[in-house]
Design a protein around this ligand. Structure first.
Ligand SMILES: *Cc1c(COP(=O)(O)O)cnc(C)c1O
Length: 371
């Protein structure tokens, strides 16, 4: 048995802690009702005739694509986007034959059987991909990704101008582009990309899509026929009105008292100035608790912040619990006290990276009540 050892202080027994038997891995709670509510809220931000899709790439931003996508489908989502065809195959298994699954990276060599068998819709990005698609899968649905200024994926305006007559004759189901600065509403890049997209697509008669989460918040002129929210579904900025989706609690494995002058963790990353109580929690950079959080982040006991001491290790983090009456059996990383974006700020990154870094070791619990 892997029993807790060497706790030098009174443990807060049971209570609001992790359930028995106490696990040595963290508990990641994913609220599927909140995901569904966020999708509905984002859907309400655009007009009734604008369709709201759901972006579930990267395993639904790390939260588990099968569970998340089924919850979104139950909430009313009919169109899903993934980054690569392999993700589309997994999503098709989870969702069954009905919903449309589109692939941002288009039609790469080797994707043909995946696209054909899983019934995926590639968003073709280049003339090379178009040639490949029309030759390998004539008549198979496709969309077109246009570069309105981000210089990441899609046909450049001049390429599109030359290719448009032929491509449009093949009946694309969607013309799409992506905004580089949608999370900065004041950026001049937004109207510039909007204008470029309008010039490339006006009068084609093909359904259009420009907005992800940030673009939805920019207003109706960015919505076109279809929006593609991702991060907002998962409770992240820039969708400030989002309901929180994830909670993360880490068990305390051991606690000890240290004297002034003693250090904590690798490289003596923290040196105590006076006597302190240090709790060691199970969870580290292998679980997506980025090393940049070393000496920066706080965990919580209820509402009480408890600072990280020293470097985040692969599997463990030292936390200051000197100010608590007793050593708790767990500490909270993500929850009502601290959002994904709060933690991202402490690590100098964005909520997207925190979510997609959440590791496979946690015990994952999915909350699904009504809806
Ligand atoms: C990831 C992505 C989205 C979703 O973006 P969010 O900011 O997470 O809403 C939409 N469209 C494209 C092309 C993407 O790559």
């Amino acid at each position: 048995m892997n029993r807790r050892r060497g706790v030098a202080f009174g443990l807060d027994p049971g209570g609001a802690g992790l359930e028995n038997p106490r696990m040595s891995v963290g508990r990641l709670t994913i609220d599927l009702d909140a995901v569904a509510a966020n999708w509905r809220a984002l859907d309400r931000l655009s007009a009734a005739q604008v369709q709201t899709a759901a972006v579930v790439k990267a395993d639904a931003y790390g939260l588990g694509v099968a569970r998340v996508a089924r919850a979104l489908a139950a909430a009313g989502a009919r169109r899903f986007f993934v980054a690569v065809a392999e993700e589309g195959v997994i999503l098709r298994e989870a969702l069954g034959p009905g919903p449309e699954i589109s692939v941002f990276s288009g039609h790469m060599e080797g994707d043909t059987p995946l696209i054909a068998e899983a019934g995926l819709v590639p968003m073709l990005n280049s003339l090379e991909q178009m040639t490949r698609h029309f030759e390998a899968l004539p008549g198979h649905p496709f969309g077109v990704q246009l570069d309105s200024g981000m210089n990441r994926l899609g046909l450049e305006p001049a390429e599109w101008e030359a290719a448009a007559p032929l491509v449009l004759s093949q009946g694309p189901s969607l013309l799409m582009s992506h905004l580089a600065c949608a999370d900065e509403p004041e950026s001049a890049m937004n109207p510039a990309q909007l204008e470029s997209f309008l010039v490339m697509t006006e009068g084609t008669g093909v359904p259009r899509s420009l907005a992800a989460t940030g673009g939805i918040l920019l207003g109706a002129e960015y919505h076109f026929d279809l929006t593609r929210p991702g991060i907002g579904l998962y409770g992240g900025l820039p969708f400030e009105a989002a309901q929180p989706v994830v909670a993360l609690d880490l068990p305390v494995v051991q606690a000890r008292e240290i004297a002034g002058g003693e250090s904590v963790g690798y490289g003596q990353g923290f040196v105590a100035e006076h006597k302190m109580k240090v709790a060691t929690v199970s969870g580290g950079y292998a679980d997506g608790l980025l090393r940049a959080l070393s000496n920066e982040a706080v965990l919580f006991h209820g509402d009480v912040p408890c600072p990280v001491l020293g470097r985040v290790s692969m599997d463990l983090i030292g936390v200051d619990v000197s100010h608590l009456e007793a050593v708790p059996d767990h500490l909270t990383v993500l929850g009502a006290q601290q959002s994904v974006d709060d933690l991202a700020n402490a690590a100098g990154t964005i909520g997207y990276e925190i979510l997609t870094s959440l590791g496979p070791r946690y015990r994952r619990e999915y909350l699904r009540g009504g809806a």
